[in-house]
Design a protein around this ligand. Structure first.
Ligand SMILES: Nc1ncnc2c1ncn2[C@@H]1O[C@H](COP(=O)(O)OP(=O)(O)OP(=O)(O)O)[C@@H](O)[C@H]1O
Ligand SMILES: [Zn+2]
Length: 777
């Protein structure tokens, strides 16, 4: 079952060289548990299971075990139980202390899935299991221990004597006794005194007489029931599918009915009605009593999106980041009990403990937020793929701009393509104009809205339409620039320019949250008169308000959307037409469906383009195509203006032409030439430490060891680098990185396993490995 070599704790202890014969008692008689812990080392430890826990302990349980030399108690996960085998000396095995949950948290399939993640993303099984269980489940949030009472005790006197006692009870005690006797379950003191109409005195007296007993019981007291058991929502009928939707659904239904773990790449242009296909596919599995998981990017968990699911199904659990621990615990239990039909959530919802999973859907499959940036560094799409295989259920990857990764799998016929090339109701795709702003007088005057976009906005607003403006930089000015030395002011902890936030008059680092009053003189050369250059969303908002005084404008970025519910408020106001112009960052780029939006402006298409990043082109294409897709969703049509200084850049041109296929062909061509992903796999090793030379030196050392090992073991793994990371300094640490590259990811994994235990350590330097990274900075 488990891949890492099984070792047990006693190996860490000082053992007598040769155990005495009598110590070598038959290991066969022992009942052992395999336990993994939330530590970076991927090892399975053996523990003895005490007699009283034998009938209870199962694989998937969370347990308490003594660990390490000091035998401190630590939580662990039981991944197997059974008789010991003769190869395992029984001496010095430690004993499982307690089981922490009433039921196992993982079934056999989830154990397999998590084991796979540990292997695939080079982390420990314990880390994966610990990441899967929400904190609220671990600390049993929303529950508490209470004392409950029931009649009778274990050491009760004989019956005649007891009856005699009961006969003679004073009225109040008698009332308590009778109330308990007729109760269907044990009662808390509060309940009991209420039913019997007395204080706690009679209860205590009864206890002394051993006529009633008490014990501790864990009870739920979820506070946010109202929020979770959402107010009754007007149910809606499913829509009548158009031809493309029908064909798409039919293919999916065939896979569902055949219990096939097929992966579908649902490539549907923006506004083609993908959600309706998801919903009707879910309808099928729900009719069998099964559950569906729908993964969406966190920022797409808009009220509008949630409403779409809640108005169609009776029980929908939405797992978003604002949930309290107690909400999460509540959801986890309901999902595990099979009471939830549809689970909608961000990345981690891929682990929802649905007992009879029927379908997994990932909407906006191209979003980078499906990759986790801390250990375990899994990609929810790949985890979903594996889960679909283990559970034998289909997986749908939906997007208007699929990743090249998924697209290559389609070309190689590993996944099945479903195309929805038309918008619903035969609405045309919006016309897109690329506006070359290099000679625009307004842009040259340092404004953000050029002449063409300005005229377009006037026209659209004048005709009663709404406008969305997209700019992927928050704050007022992304740089404080010194005329004297030509440098911009950097964060003292990171190699990153500070952004000026005018509302609070702070210079802020968007990487580490450092903030300070902007300096008046250049910290580098001391010259006075720093200039604020470039524009972020705050400055754009100011410009819009000045240029369009008669219209209402709302900014949406992570600065304005801090409060719970603020997202919903703004989007509702926009839907109701109270807001004419919505401007913001990525937050407004995806999934929004407002038919009255007749103009979209991409204020600066080049921001993502000039990043030293393998994926810059792909991301630029996706973002522009997605933003452009927010318009022309109603009968009034729509138009898009894309302001750029690189108007011939293929990613921008192809997005303007709504030509995903053309873009994919072009970009895959480049990647193939470089043998870059998706034609190969990368694993990125990132090192950091307080001193640059040390980090660089250590990076070279590690790269060398890996290179030698690859040669020795004849593994086809190339080492690219090391080099300074694009952000060379972050949060006070210097950073270096290198890539392990291979056609077959297994070769990388094998190489890492080969050297992992033998890699040297260097004081103060930390390193991590990120398999199939999406973040190259
Ligand atoms: N068969 C149908 N008949 C009428 N309207 C439909 C039908 N299917 C979907 N719609 C409507 O079309 C609009 C667009 O659908 P939806 O938002 O699902 O598109 P999408 O493909 O997810 O787009 P995007 O990729 O831009 O998010 C929605 O308002 C939806 O209610
Ligand atoms: Zn910083």
């Amino acid at each position: 079952m488990s891949k890492p070599k099984q070792q047990s704790l006693f190996e860490e202890e000082e053992l007598p060289e040769n155990p005495m014969p009598w110590e070598r008692e038959s290991a066969q008689d022992l009942y052992l548990a395999e336990i993994v812990l939330n530590r970076p080392v991927d090892r399975v430890f053996h523990y003895k299971v005490p007699e009283e826990l034998r009938p209870l302990l199962r694989a998937g349980h969370r347990v308490q075990v003594p660990f390490g030399r000091g035998n401190q108690f630590a939580p662990g996960y039981c991944v197997g139980v059974g008789p010991g085998d003769e190869n395992l000396p029984s001496v010095r095995l430690k004993t499982v202390e307690a089981i922490l949950d009433s039921r196992p948290l993982f079934n056999a399939k989830m154990l397999k899935l998590t084991r796979w993640i540990a292997d695939r993303y080079l982390c420990s099984w314990g880390q994966v299991l610990d990441c899967v269980v929400p904190a609220g489940v671990k600390n049993q949030a929303g529950t508490r221990m209470v004392t409950v009472f029931e009649v009778g005790t274990a050491d009760a006197a004989d019956e005649a004597q007891q009856n005699d006692l009961i006969e003679k009870l004073p009225a109040k005690q008698r009332a308590v006794y009778d109330a308990l006797k007729s109760a269907a379950r044990p009662l808390t003191l509060e309940e009991l005194t209420q039913v019997a109409g007395c204080g706690s005195g009679p209860v205590n007296s009864l206890k002394k007489k051993a006529l009633i007993s008490s014990h501790q019981k864990r009870m739920q007291h979820f506070e946010n029931d109202d929020d979770i058991v959402h107010a009754h929502i007007q149910k809606q009928d499913d829509l009548k599918l158009n031809r493309d939707q029908r064909l798409a659904l039919d293919q999916i239904l065939t896979a569902i009915r055949g219990q096939q773990s097929e992966t579908f790449v649902l490539h549907g242009v923006t506004g083609s009605g993908k959600t309706e296909v998801y919903i009707q596919a879910i309808r099928e599995v729900v009719s069998y009593g099964q559950q569906a998981i729908v993964l969406v990017p966190e920022i797409s968990l808009t009220p509008q999106a949630i409403q779409r699911f809640r108005s169609r199904f009776d029980s929908v659990a939405v797992l978003h980041s604002h949930l309290t621990d107690s909400d999460r615990h509540y959801h986890w239990q309901n999902i595990a009990a099979g009471k939830v039909q549809v689970i909608v959530g961000a990345r981690s919802a891929v682990f929802a403990p649905a007992p009879h999973l029927g379908l997994i859907i990932i909407d906006e499959e191209h979003e980078t937020s499906f990759k986790q940036e801390t250990a375990p560094r899994y990609h929810a799409r790949e985890v979903a793929r594996k889960r679909s295989e283990l559970e034998r259920v289909p997986l749908i990857l939906g997007s208007a701009t699929p990743t090249l990764n998924s697209w290559l799998r389609v070309i190689e016929k590993k996944d099945t393509l479903i195309s929805m090339p038309r918008r619903v109701n035969d609405l045309p795709m919006p016309g897109v104009n690329i506006v070359d702003v290099r000679n625009d007088v307004q842009i040259r005057r340092n404004e953000s809205i050029g002449r063409v976009l300005f005229t377009g906005m006037q026209h659209a607003l004048g005709a009663g339409g709404q406008v969305i403006l997209f700019l992927n930089l928050r704050g007022y000015s992304p740089a404080l620039w010194c005329k004297g030395c030509g440098n911009s002011v950097k964060c003292p902890h990171c190699e990153i320019s500070l952004t000026w936030h005018r509302d609070k008059n702070l210079a802020v680092c968007h990487s580490c949250d450092f903030s300070a009053r902007p300096p008046t003189n250049c910290p580098g050369c001391g010259a006075p008169g720093l200039r604020f250059v470039g524009a972020g969303t705050q400055r754009l908002e100011e410009e819009v308000k000045a240029k369009f005084p008669g219209y209402s404008c709302q900014r949406m970025d992570s600065d304005t959307m801090r409060g719970v519910g603020s997202h919903a408020r703004v989007l509702n106001a926009f839907a109701d037409g109270e807001v004419d112009i919505l401007l913001g960052t990525q937050m407004i780029a995806k999934g929004l469906d407002f038919p009255n939006v007749t103009l979209v402006g991409v204020v600066d298409a080049d921001t993502m383009l000039h990043q030293p990043d393998l994926f810059a082109s792909e991301r630029t294409f996706q973002l522009i195509a997605q933003v452009a897709g927010r318009t022309g969703r109603g009968m009034q049509g729509g138009r898009v203006f894309v302001q750029s200084s690189s108007p011939t850049e293929p990613a921008i041109v192809k997005a303007a032409e709504h030509d995903f296929l053309g873009f994919a062909r072009l970009e895959l061509g480049h990647r193939k030439e470089m043998l870059a992903p998706p034609f190969s796999h990368y694993a990125r090793v990132i090192l950091r430490g307080p001193q640059e030379e040390h980090v660089e030196h250590f990076a070279r050392q590690l790269a060398e060891i890996l290179s030698v090992a690859a040669n020795e073991k004849q593994l086809q793994v190339q080492i690219l680098g090391p080099a300074p990371a694009p952000i060379i300094r972050l949060k006070k640490y210097f950073r270096y990185h290198f890539q392990l590259a291979a056609i077959d990811v297994e070769q990388i994994l094998q190489l890492w396993h080969e050297v992992e235990g033998k890699l040297p350590r260097e004081k103060g330097i930390e390193y991590i490995i990120d398999v199939d990274p999406v973040n190259m900075r």
